[in-house]
Design a protein around this ligand. Structure first.
Ligand SMILES: Nc1ncnc2c1ncn2[C@@H]1O[C@H](COP(=O)(O)OP(=O)(O)OP(=O)(O)O)[C@@H](O)[C@H]1O
Length: 327
């Protein structure tokens, strides 16, 4: 069953068309992430879905009922949809247990589970000014969830969090879907964060969806360079240099550029089908090393876990045809 049906949603801000007819559907419990460069319209889309911004065209159906915009309701917001904004606020001078009891519709047992999932059980007696930013955000999230929504919209939940709070929140968001039967729709401007979480990723550019698919697909078969760049480093081999790759079985060198993720290269023994190159740079990146390899007409970046490579060393690279995309 589709929980959400977004059809042809448009939005105009002044003379800018912020959303140019966006359509997608979300099934119950399907985890969807929306990614794209700043200003591509992600937040505006989420707000229209949540009934917090009035669209100028198209329609959003939530559980088969049309979502009304703020001009059509006394209190903005669609019942059953919770929206965690980047700019959440908690009331000052109240203990967290008071803030959380305010809109609570859950049983004591359900509330306990929710606080445990959100990692806030130990914060109940504290006041706003006794919490870190990450803790405040988890309380704000739990407060939204006490209203027992069926759809949770998360707008850039990881921005402004240090790595430790970010990891805690990632676990929380993972658990929300698993233990609380809530469907999640997330926007993130660090798309890499969404790869391990989402069932489906929607890529937006200039108010339009340019690609939609499972994480593996959007990562390894991006529709263009913009989509490729969102998910991290890639090698772009221009047509003139693509002849370096002719010896590799299954690689088509037909006047197009080749794109290859750095971790897709395999460092191998010398064979007839391997590319010979020379290492010109070695960089330690923490969990991996990034090395630059000079081929006859191009330089490629290769990621490897091997710490023994040295500048000047000759190496051989192999590649599967599935690891190359063309544009
Ligand atoms: N209330 C508004 N008035 C005028 N322009 C707006 C308004 N809200 C959004 N915009 C414009 O609409 C475009 C899309 O904004 P939106 O916040 O939806 O993008 P985004 O993809 O979420 O960006 P970011 O990742 O930076 O949050 C931007 O160019 C923005 O300046």
């Amino acid at each position: 069953m589709n929980l959400l049906e977004v059809s042809g949603v448009r939005k105009q801000e002044g003379d800018q068309e912020v959303l140019k007819g966006v359509s997608f559907t979300q099934k119950e419990f399907q985890k969807i992430a929306i990614v794209g460069e700043s200003g591509s319209g992600k937040s505006t889309l989420l707000k229209i879905i949540g009934g917090l911004t009035q669209g100028d065209g198209g329609e959003v159906l939530f559980e088969n009922v049309r979502v009304k915009g703020p001009l059509e309701r006394l209190l903005p917001g669609q019942p059953g949809i919770a929206y965690l904004s980047q700019h959440y606020e908690l009331r000052n001078h109240y203990r967290m247990e008071e803030i959380l009891s305010y809109a609570n519709t859950l049983s004591d047992e359900e509330a306990e589970t929710l606080y445990e999932v959100c990692h806030i059980s130990h914060l109940m007696k504290r006041k706003n000014d006794q919490l870190s930013g990450g803790e405040k955000q988890r309380v704000a999230l739990a407060r939204l969830l006490t209203t027992a929504p069926r759809l949770l919209i998360l707008d850039e939940p990881y921005s402004n969090l240090d790595p430790i709070h970010k990891n805690t929140l990632k676990k929380v968001i993972h658990e929300i879907g698993k233990r609380l039967d809530i469907t999640c729709l997330m926007v993130s401007h660090d798309p890499v964060d969404t790869l391990s979480w989402a069932d489906e990723i929607i890529i937006m550019k200039d108010g339009q969806i340019i690609q939609q698919g499972p994480p593996q697909q959007v990562y390894s078969q991006p529709v263009n360079e913009y989509a490729a760049a969102l998910f991290g480093a890639y090698n772009l081999i221009p047509p003139a240099a693509a002849k370096d790759f002719k010896s590799l079985p299954g690689i088509n060198v037909n006047g197009k550029s080749l794109y290859i993720r750095p971790e897709r290269f395999e460092i191998t023994d010398k064979t007839a089908h391997a590319l010979k190159g020379k290492i010109t740079e070695v960089h330690f990146m923490g969990s991996i090393y990034e090395i630059a390899v000079q081929l006859p007409s191009s330089v490629v970046t290769v990621k490897t876990g091997n710490s023994h490579h040295r500048i000047g060393e000759e190496i051989y690279l192999s590649l599967s045809p599935d690891d190359v995309w063309y544009a």
